[in-house]
Design a protein around this ligand. Structure first.
Ligand code: NAD
Ligand code: ZN
Ligand code: ZN
Length: 348
């Protein structure tokens, strides 16, 4: 079969022929219907130094996957060949306290995980291939009616990651509140839709690209701002001087973190999702009183079920552009150049 492999750090992926996987006991092989291209893959190709994460290339890229059950390993029950499924991407040890409740990103025994702190497409083989080996059937979530694998694939990360970040801030997203989405790319545009579908907050979107701001408005943003020196002031004006209750930074650069602090309301949340390499000095008087600052990593399996429900009901609808496997490298290039809107989904 064909597979898009990352051969090493600081290198471009290669489409090569590899053996088709066969499932061992408890495992499942999925025929891939869609595999989303995430900006984290660009960080893998260009930014990560050896040792930055506890796993290494080579592996097959693609950590946002959905398809159909192709082959079942011994002992797997509750799934049928041909059934459409989403692949829950973070793969922990399966037995620690976090994994037992389906929160694999925060696995506490990563030494026993297929790729410590990672998953398929992040250390272990991912879904940018004809087939993907899923090492534990518990990682598969049957697709609800109304959702096909191409539409479901981006929901497993570009949907799940913002959903998890927004969900933990729900108590602050009451009527009258304001949420800011910084970076309206693959994750950010779905984040705006999730805010609109699950909260009463007003939504301000911030990006450097005009096309991203137009997409933000299509997704329901109440205000779309070009990132610049006056952005925090504009957000303060929009909020009657108070600042935004929840800031979701899908970039994570020095400039966007500083914007987040400057635009945040007291007792607000500043959540860092983007892996842009920025840092933030935090001192008693350098941030608003009781501002909670946190990172988030992906989301839980139960949350993926919730996101898929939003997708199946049309309440969340990622804007996707599809590419054949041969053109996956083009999709990544467009993402890097800022000429891609929404999410690229590779259809093998
Ligand atoms: P993307 O390339 O699709 O979107 C990024 C967006 O940010 C683009 O629209 C770009 O124009 C905008 N942007 C860049 N610099 C900006 C700035 N200074 N101000 C405002 N906007 C700016 O990327 P994506 O796939 O949505 O991923 C976004 C980030 O989230 C990446 O760093 C990725 O690695 C990270 N990520 C984190 C997690 C997690 O679990 N924490 C999961 C997935 C992705
Ligand atoms: Zn990702
Ligand atoms: Zn675990």
């Amino acid at each position: 079969m064909r597979a898009l492999r990352l051969p090493g750090w600081k290198s471009e992926p290669e489409l090569i022929e590899v053996d088709e996987p066969t499932p061992g006991p408890g495992q499942v092989v999925v025929k891939i219907g869609g595999a989303g291209a995430c900006h984290s893959d660009l960080h893998l190709m260009h930014d990560f130094e050896p040792g930055a994460v506890p796993w290494n290339p080579p592996f097959t890229l693609g950590h946002e996957n959905a398809g159909w059950v192709h082959a079942l390993g011994a002992g797997v029950t509750g799934l049928e060949v041909g059934q459409p499924v989403a692949v829950y991407g973070p793969w922990g040890c399966g037995t620690c306290a976090r994994c037992r409740v389906g929160v694999d990103p925060y696995c506490e025994n990563t030494a026993a995980a297929p790729a410590p702190g990672g998953g398929g497409g992040l250390g272990a083989d991912g879904g940018m291939a004809d087939y993907q080996l899923v090492p534990d059937a518990r990682h598969l979530v049957p697709l609800p009616d109304g959702l096909d694998p191409v539409r479901a694939a981006p929901l497993t990360d570009a949907g799940l990651t913002p959903y998890h970040a927004i969900r933990r801030s729900w108590p602050k997203l009451v009527p009258g509140s304001t949420a800011v989405v910084i970076g309206v790319g693959g994750l950010g545009h779905v984040g705006i839709q999730i805010l609109k579908a699950t909260t009463a907050a007003r939504v301000v979107a911030v990006d450097t690209r005009d096309a991203a701001l137009r997409l933000a408005e299509e997704c329901g943003a109440d205000l779309a701002l070009t990132s610049g020196a006056g952005t925090a002031d504009e957000i303060r004006r929009f909020t009657g001087g108070r600042g935004a209750d929840v800031i979701l930074d899908f970039v994570g650069a020095d400039a966007t973190l500083a914007l987040g602090v400057a635009a945040a309301r007291t007792v607000g949340d500043l959540t860092i999702i983007g892996i842009g390499g920025g840092t933030l000095p935090v001192g008693f008087f350098s941030v608003p009183y009781e501002l909670s600052i946190q990172t988030t990593y992906w989301g839980s399996r139960p949350e993926l079920v919730e996101v898929l429900d939003l997708g199946a009901r049309g309440l969340v609808r990622p804007k996707e552009t599809t590419y054949p496997l041969e053109e996956a490298v083009t999709a990544y290039r467009q993402m890097r150049d800022g000429t891609l809107d929404g999410r690229a989904v590779i259809v093998p």
